[in-house]
Design a protein around this ligand. Structure first.
Ligand SMILES: Nc1ncnc2c1ncn2[C@@H]1O[C@H](COP(=O)(O)OP(=O)(O)OP(=O)(O)O)[C@@H](O)[C@H]1O
Ligand SMILES: [Mg+2]
Length: 1012
């Protein structure tokens, strides 16, 4: 293949794309102006056009008063000139969308041969001639205002990257014959399949059985029984090619196809494929869409499911990185629930699309990160009864998480048969009879792997062994056979060894960057090679090692095949790779500056590979925070990664502060993930030791996390209170109102569990007063809405204090607030509170009404925590109605769930006390006494005084039920203890039942003195 010289001289013929752009009806707009005024008006518009051209490496050849002409591919040779010209055209139209001058422009594009002439230089690069230019100048007139027209020859170079509308064949002035014209609407997202960009493919051979399986699956899909087909095979066996042939077939039958690909550094880039699936397939967001356009698409799509909730919209905007700058934080939704909600939205969206058939292709699953894996699994499962077919491919090392899904089927791709591979090699080598033996050698060595075969042929061609004059004697062939590399990796390696400079160095740098190579990142790394970078990239493109990619926002390249990157990477010495990784990390920090959260994990990976562990930990923490918004389990892994990166690193303020945050966040998130205190205590302790030396504020949060964890693991509520008191002790009163409010909110919870209601209410009031001062860091640290939390606790407290009217007021507020939330716990909370209230008022109908809501929410969002909630609400509701049989069995279920799943352990004593009460009502006094005793003992260990009080009253009453007067001696001290607890806690709601049961003693015999 010819190598294009680096700095070609003018005065030669080159393949290029010509761009003409002009301002629509400019003559009318400047009719009343003199020449100077006209230039003043048009000048800025022309400057905008030139800016877009230069941004995509084009050369402005002429400006013409109200328009410009530019060349892509001349005088500078450019791979993918047509694509770059299209990008520039789209960029230009985008720029004019917001043009305050009120101009609209048209753009025309045509590709072909251009003669460029240095003698006519106009200061910007010289003149250019030829029919191509002439034709291009005619095309612009066909475009609508705001539109772009391209000729068929330009479109042919775009191949499947262009999103176009055919406008028919046109007769153009001065041009013989008709020219096909396309309106360019946009470019498809970075084409995920290199096969779609390759000019000529080898003929597609064999694979008829596999194609049949795919077509059969499509047939079922069209009938609403969608299938997912996974294609597994060795590297280079032809998985991507098979998928390419199938998806092309689909496209030719007007079935839309969406492609997503996992990347080699997938584990370091959590969620990328998941994000791209949401962006392209579900919301049809194109790379050209800005934030507002993307939000509009999301809103419109979601509206198809019903009126979209604010919370869902905020969640998606945030997740897809299109939230308005400065928009409010998400209303309280913890990561676990956010993640669950995203997955359930995926489910709903897939299911909703029942009426159209489409195909989603997910490439290279073996690189898929865990978080995306869940997205894909959800998609595959939810697609079952729809018309969305999912095609996946992966290498055999990949372990399939959804092999058990009924709608999934796996296809193992063997190597091609002897005759097929021979056919392939023949088509590559050519029909010369003398090469028959050479062909046999390649067929044999390739073992039927088409990629290996292709690379072997390429390597023979490079070595001159396929030339007319090559020596094909038996000895020569024997020597060739011996020299043929034994594996596909070796053949690629040999080819890379033969590369000259700067190609080899550039390719190695590219391999470090990843499968996709943004030019800006490469330029940053390769600054010493700046003058030869274009030449080097051209060389690599011509050697078919990398390919230019369509991409809005800057040029980029991709490896032609993943194996090339893998070999180019693994053959570099580690010591050499280190500094390059560091350079990539630095360049990426600049290049992805607007998406740093999304790319933090990848940047961390490069720093780690460069041996810069503190920088790596810093970016990992950023990734943890980002991913933690939707996936706490994954965030915990990232925080562990932060810790392990810092192990053995010298102490420094930066490293220590990362260590503290990592330990603290493991505890905070761990509670949600069902970890118990013992598991996270070492991390908390380590973090506390460091925080103690460096930052008292962090210490407060660590104490709070430790306390919550203690409570959630079944520890004493008083312990939770103590830890928060310690945190308070570290604060200077009045100096930090936001933080004080946070600690008070937690204290309100801790006191409430401890049953110290007045103290709890006081802390709650203090929290409410300071709430607006709580900063973003603290809100992110706890991860859910403080407002909901505080109000919900307040309602429960007031109920227990017997202030039912005040409680109801809080609940009304909470119900309104809850509507703006996606968080099912928050949504349930208000109803839960109403049921509590209904219990106090013994109103079966109110309880029933709110229980229906609770059940609905629990059914919609799975999860053991919500189930426990729902079960206790049910028990309360039915017991108000007098159905203690159902209440007892429901509570038994709740108890089993709490003990089995170790969730909602803080409710265990309450459930036990209620169960004892149920048995008493059912006349099973023995069982009531037994369970009451269990509840009392447990409640004492956990210092949960309210359930203890309730269990004391129930146990004592059950003793009287059973033994009458004889039971009095045993019951009396229990009543006395209950009375003492009512006094201590302020739980007036138990006062009445206590008085009533005590009064029974009088009817049995001697009266008892009770002071409450
Ligand atoms: N059936 C076929 N007929 C002709 N050529 C094929 C066939 N299958 C694959 N090839 C060619 O072999 C090369 C490798 O194929 P492909 O990229 O599909 O491999 P792969 O299995 O996806 O590899 P990887 O696991 O590395 O992604 C491509 O150039 C492709 O065109
Ligand atoms: Mg592949």
């Amino acid at each position: 293949m010819p190598v294009i010289p680096a700095v070609p001289a003018w005065g030669e013929l080159k393949q290029a794309t010509v761009l003409f752009a002009d301002i629509v009806s400019s003559t009318e707009q400047i009719a009343d102006l003199d020449a100077e005024q006209a230039m003043e008006r048009l000048g800025p518009a022309l400057a905008l056009m030139c800016e877009s051209i230069e941004k995509f490496s084009g050369t402005v050849v002429r400006t013409m008063g109200d328009g410009v002409m530019a060349l892509f591919g001349a005088p500078k040779a450019l791979e993918g000139h047509a694509l770059l010209a299209c990008e520039a055209a789209l960029d230009m139209q985008q720029a004019f969308k917001g043009d305050s001058l009120g101009f609209r422009i048209r753009v025309g594009l045509h590709s072909g041969q251009v003669a460029s002439d240095p003698q006519q230089a106009d200061g910007r690069g010289g003149g250019a001639h030829g029919l191509t230019i002439h034709l291009a100048s005619r095309v612009v007139g066909l475009a609508e205002p705001g539109g772009i027209c391209a000729t068929e020859s330009c479109y042919a170079l775009l191949r499947s990257s262009g999103d176009v509308r055919f406008m028919g064949k046109h007769l153009l002035k001065g041009i013989s014959g008709h020219t096909g014209i396309y309106a360019l609407v946009g470019l498809k997202a970075a084409s995920t399949n290199r096969l779609t960009q390759q000019g000529s493919l080898t003929p597609f051979l064999g694979r008829t059985g596999e194609m049949d399986v795919l077509k059969q699956a499509l047939l079922l899909t069209e009938r609403g029984q969608a299938r997912a087909v996974g294609i597994s095979g060795e590297p280079g066996a032809g998985k991507s090619r098979l998928c390419h042939e199938f998806t092309q077939w689909c496209r030719s039958h007007s079935i839309p196809v969406f492609e997503v690909r996992a990347q080699p550094y997938g584990h370091a880039m959590p969620l990328q494929p998941g994000l791209s699936l949401l962006r392209t397939f579900f919301f049809r967001i194109t790379p050209a869409d800005d934030g507002a356009a993307a939000r509009a698409r999301i809103t419109a799509r979601l509206a198809q499911l019903g009126p979209p909730s604010e919370a869902d919209l905020a969640l998606l905007y945030d997740f897809l990185g299109v939230a308005e700058a400065g928009s409010a934080l998400l209303p309280g939704l913890n990561p676990k629930l956010r993640h669950a909600r995203l997955l359930s939205l995926v489910r709903e969206l897939v299911k909703h699309d029942a009426a159209t058939t489409s195909v989603i292709l997910i490439e290279d699953l073996h690189w898929l990160d865990e978080a995306s894996e869940e997205f894909v699994a959800t998609l595959v499962e939810a697609a079952a009864a729809t018309q969305t077919m999912v095609v996946l491919n992966f290498r055999p090392s990949y372990r399939l998480p959804w092999a058990q899904f009924d709608n999934f089927q796996k296809v193992e791709l063997d190597q091609l048969s002897g005759s097929e591979i021979e056919h392939l090699v023949r088509s590559l080598i050519g029909p010369r009879e003398e090469l028959r033996e050479m062909c046999r050698l390649v067929v044999k060595r390739s073992g039927g792997n088409p990629f290996f075969a292709e690379e072997l042929v390429r390597s023979l061609a490079d070595g001159g062994f396929l030339a007319e004059e090559a020596d094909l004697s038996a000895e020569a062939l024997q020597a060739i056979e011996r020299s043929l590399p034994p594996t596909v990796q070796a053949v690629i390696g040999a080819r890379l060894d033969r590369l000259g400079e700067p190609e080899k160095t550039l390719l190695q740098m590219c391999a470090i960057i990843g499968k996709e190579i943004p030019l800006a990142v490469l330029e940053h790394m390769a600054s010493p090679l700046a003058s030869v970078i274009e030449k080097g990239l051209d060389g690599l493109c011509h050697a078919d090692l990398i390919l230019p990619q369509p991409a809005v926002g800057g040029r980029r390249f991709a490896f032609r095949h993943p194996l090339i990157q893998e070999v180019a990477y693994s053959t570099q010495l580690k010591v050499r790779r280190g500094p390059l990784h560091c350079a990539v990390a630095l360049a990426m920090e600049v290049y992805y500056r607007d998406q740093l959260d999304e790319y933090a994990a990848l940047i961390a990976y490069h720093y780690e590979s460069a041996g810069q562990h503190v920088d790596a930990a810093h970016h990992s923490s950023r990734a943890a925070q980002w991913v933690g918004a939707t996936n706490s389990a994954l965030a915990i892994k990232h925080w562990h990664k932060v810790r392990s990166l810092l192990q053995g690193q010298a102490r420094s303020a930066r490293a220590d502060s990362l260590r503290v945050r990592a330990g603290g966040q493991i505890a905070v998130l761990g509670w949600r993930e069902g970890l118990v205190l013992q598991e996270v205590q070492p991390f908390i302790d380590e973090a506390k030791a460091l925080a103690g030396e460096m930052d008292g504020r962090l210490m407060q949060l660590l104490l709070m996390a430790e306390g919550r964890m203690l409570q959630a693991s079944g520890g004493p509520a008083d312990g939770y209170v103590d830890l928060l008191r310690q945190a308070q002790f570290l604060m200077e009163p009045g100096a930090d109102p936001g933080r004080e409010a946070m600690i008070n909110a937690a204290l309100s919870q801790a006191y409430a569990w401890a049953g110290l209601l007045e103290q709890a209410l006081a802390a709650n009031t203090a929290a409410m007063q300071g709430m607006s001062a709580i900063d973003r860091f603290d809100r992110e640290w706890i991860g859910f809405s403080v407002e909901h939390w505080v109000l919900g606790m307040r309602a429960r407290l007031l109920t227990r204090l017997g202030r039912l009217g005040d409680a109801e007021e809080c609940l009304q507020q909470l119900l309104v607030l809850g509507q703006s939330s996606n968080d099912p716990v928050i949504m349930q909370f208000a109803h839960f509170g109403y049921i509590d209230l209904a219990w106090c008022r013994q109103s079966a109908s109110i309880a029933q009404e709110h229980y229906a809501h609770v059940e609905e929410i629990a059914a919609k969002h799975e999860g053991p925590y919500l189930r426990v909630f729902a079960l206790s609400c049910r028990a309360t509701t039915v017991s108000i109605a007098g159905d203690f049989v159902t209440a007892a069995s429901t509570l038994t279920d709740a108890l089993a769930l709490v003990r089995g799943a170790k969730v909602a352990m803080e409710y265990e004593t309450e459930i036990l006390a209620s169960l004892a009460e149920c048995y008493r009502q059912l006349g099973q006094a023995d069982r009531a006494v037994e369970l009451g005793g269990e509840a009392i003992a447990l409640a004492r260990r956990r210092s949960t005084r309210l359930p203890e009080c309730r269990a004391l009253i129930t146990s004592a009453a059950a003793l009287l039920d059973k033994h009458g007067l004889i039971g009095v001696a045993q019951a009396k001290p229990l009543f006395a203890m209950a009375a003492e607890l009512v006094r201590l806690t302020g739980a007036t709601i138990y006062e009445e039942s206590l008085q009533r049961e005590c009064a029974r003693i009088q009817t049995l015999g001697k009266p008892v003195e009770v002071s409450a």
